[in-house]
Write a protein that binds this ligand. Structure first.
Ligand SMILES: Cc1ncc(COP(=O)(O)O)c(C=O)c1O
Length: 323
């Protein structure tokens, strides 16, 4: 009988408080879970394989780490590691795990070991965990979504600032997502407390009307999305398509020619209906299609502009150590 060697279900290491730790060793006491979600902040970053150069490119790593700093600041966390140190840690983690395929990277800062209430433990340094796992891209697969506007209101700056990536913010996302799923839609669009379009549970929203891309501004109760900023820049510089950041009414969704979600997780995902109103001709629109192609090439680094947006990860350099 031939022995079949199956791939491990998870990568070998996580990076935890300055150490490369074997996955199985990275454990905490169960009581530490209680209040972690109240203060925890995180990032979602993707690294894409470049098949021509056989290497991984992390997309806009410094920008994500900048937002990670902002998130920590708002939660009164004193960063223990600089953005440069975390950048090196992420690169070393991918190297130690011998990452060869598309990978999602998740740094997280949290108060543990005794953070027993909603009060931020400002006297205590936050713990930092970084883990990474494989994902399958939806880019160029033809994936489309039917969206529904949620009856839940998006959290706002004076309630729980959606501008930063706090774990607790996703309670609001979860309510909206579960509601529209029960109503038969794939994804939610959430309105803010002024009844204007904010974003999806885990992505920003853009629409196209008469050749113009429109998206809510960062003061409309949205995460300050790295993808959103990248796309706005690329529409102008690469696709010769004008864009506008302004408040968006609900009915503009129903009358749009094209709509898509954008974000690290969502990448660029077309929406073909909202509340059963067909968007355009119900297929992936031409401007969305061009952006999907461009975004795909840019994140992988396939003869694409914006070299400065990609952090290349070369082969293994530092030997990982068990804790
Ligand atoms: C609520 C929300 N909005 C927008 C985004 C998109 O942000 P980014 O492009 O920085 O990933 C995300 C996450 O990816 C998100 O969770």
């Amino acid at each position: 009988m031939v022995a079949v060697q199956s791939a491990p279900a998870h990568p070998r290491y996580v990076w935890w408080n300055g150490e490369m730790v074997e996955w199985e060793q990275a454990t905490v006491h169960v009581t530490e879970m209680e209040w972690v979600g109240v203060s925890a902040v995180f990032e979602g970053i993707k690294a894409y394989r470049n098949p021509e150069e056989e290497r991984i490119n992390i997309f806009r790593l410094p920008e994500h780490l900048h937002r990670f700093d902002d998130s920590m600041k708002l939660m009164n966390m004193e960063p223990t590691w600089s953005a440069a140190e975390l950048r090196d840690a992420i690169v070393e983690l991918l190297q130690a795990n011998e990452t060869k395929d598309d990978t999602y990277i998740r740094p997280m800062a949290y108060f543990g070991r005794g953070g027993r209430s909603f009060r931020g433990r400002t006297e205590e340094a936050p713990n930092i965990l970084i883990h990474a796992y494989p994902f399958k891209t939806a880019l160029k697969t033809g994936k489309t979504l039917n969206a529904g506007v949620s009856s839940w209101t998006r959290i706002s700056d004076n309630v729980m600032p959606p501008r930063v990536k706090a774990v607790a913010n996703y309670r609001n996302s979860s309510l909206a997502w579960n509601e529209v799923q029960k109503n038969g839609y794939d994804e939610a669009i959430i309105l803010n407390d002024r009844h204007k379009v904010a974003e999806g549970p885990g992505a920003c929203v853009m629409l196209v009307k008469r050749g113009r891309v429109i998206t809510p501004p960062v003061t409309s109760s949205v995460l300050e999305s790295v993808t959103r900023a990248s796309l706005l820049q690329m529409f102008g510089e690469q696709l010769n398509t004008p864009s506008e950041e302004r408040e968006v009414d609900r009915t503009e969704l129903y009358l749009a020619d094209e709509i898509f979600f954008c974000g690290t997780g969502s990448e660029v995902t077309p929406v073909v209906s909202v509340d059963h109103y067909q968007v355009g001709d119900g297929k992936i629109g031409p401007i969305t299609a061009r952006m999907i192609d461009l975004y795909h090439d840019v994140v992988r680094g396939l003869d694409a502009p914006y070299d400065q947006w990609r952090t290349a990860v070369a082969g293994k350099t530092r030997k990982a150590r068990a804790k």
